[in-house]
Design a protein around this ligand. Structure first.
Ligand code: CDP
Length: 300
């Protein structure tokens, strides 16, 4: 392994490589990438052992005896895992500014299953870089509160803005923390009452917990794992091949020019909440071992 990242693995308490060092490391590696089936199988096995994504990723009616499922919530859950497994080529799309001018939209849309984070904008200004196809999109309850007034006023703006996600699954962590439950259930009913094409899937809190523990054991020390890393973990458990786009939590790009935090704005996350650079180092390790592919440059 290349020197900079080796430091990190050998001395987990050691400092993270600086942005510039990561840029140099990524440039040295270049676009070369080869799938390593042994690495893919190993990670699927590890994730299955720790977190059983196939069975556990969403709350289903099967979990009838858990505290989440009672007579009020039972009708809201899917019967069992609704995905046709195994999924073949999956694209996990993070929201990083590295996607700007990447022209990765067509690549992303060609995947068999496309996962996106946090109801991202997919308007025509972004299509060329991020595509439009979506099969699963996460929605944090805080987005419902902040962007849609907790759905206590009009629901129309919410229902209309969900149309860009076609007939995908909306994946919400409704039961991980108490304040998140009400906004999530409101979102569920807003869609159900308007016969929306979207299907709500509620993230299983136990799955979120075990995935967090899995990465903690691998040196990701954050208050909470980023949404993107959850989705990559899910994809590694469910898909035959995983490509990640929009993962670049650094302030400079490969051309050493400034990069905004998101492809649609430059609002930075609360500083100590996530450990995205640590997560990136892990993902880059998986990229180098051929377990998944990270696209950081242009797709043309
Ligand atoms: O809610 P959260 O802060 O986790 O995510 P976001 O800002 O909506 O972005 C979605 C995901 O993209 C993040 O969870 C990260 O995994 C990834 N991301 C990244 O790697 N680099 C960035 N500059 C921004 C996001």
């Amino acid at each position: 392994c290349v020197l900079v990242l080796c430091w990190f693995y050998i001395y987990p308490g050691y400092r993270l490589p600086r942005d510039k060092e990561i840029v140099e490391e990524v440039l040295r590696q270049g676009e070369a990438w080869e799938k390593n089936q042994t690495g893919v199988d190993l990670y699927r096995k590890l994730l299955t052992e720790c977190c059983d994504p196939k069975k556990m990723f969403a709350v289903t009616k099967e979990f009838y005896h858990s505290h989440t499922v009672n007579k009020d919530t039972y009708p809201l859950f899917v019967k069992n895992n609704p995905l046709q497994l195994p999924l073949k080529k999956c694209a996990v799309v993070g929201n990083g500014g590295i996607l700007q001018h990447s022209k990765c939209g067509r690549d992303i849309d060609q995947a068999d299953f496309v996962m996106r984070c946090n109801l991202p904008p997919l308007s025509k200004d972004y299509v060329e870089d991020v595509g439009t196809t979506t099969h699963l999109v996460t929605a944090n309850p805080s987005i419902i509160e902040k962007r849609f007034q907790n759905l206590l006023w009009s629901r129309k703006a919410f229902v209309d803005s969900m149309k860009v996600y076609g007939s995908s699954y909306i994946y919400m962590p409704a039961f991980s923390m108490k304040p998140g439950t009400d906004p999530s259930l409101r979102a569920y009913y807003a869609l159900a009452d308007t016969s929306s094409n979207l299907t709500m899937l509620f993230a299983n809190p136990e799955f979120l917990r075990t995935v967090g523990k899995f990465w903690k054991g691998r040196g990701v020390h954050a208050k909470r794992l980023s949404t993107g890393l959850f989705l990559v973990s899910l994809a590694l458990g469910l898909c035959e091949e995983v490509t990640a786009y929009g993962f670049w939590p650094f302030s400079v790009g490969l051309d050493e020019q400034p990069v905004s935090h998101h492809y649609y704005d430059n609002i930075l996350p609360y500083k100590w909440f996530h450990a995205m650079p640590e997560e990136f180092v892990q993902l880059w390790h998986l990229h180098k071992s051929g377990t998944l592919r990270i696209r950081v440059g242009h797709c043309t």
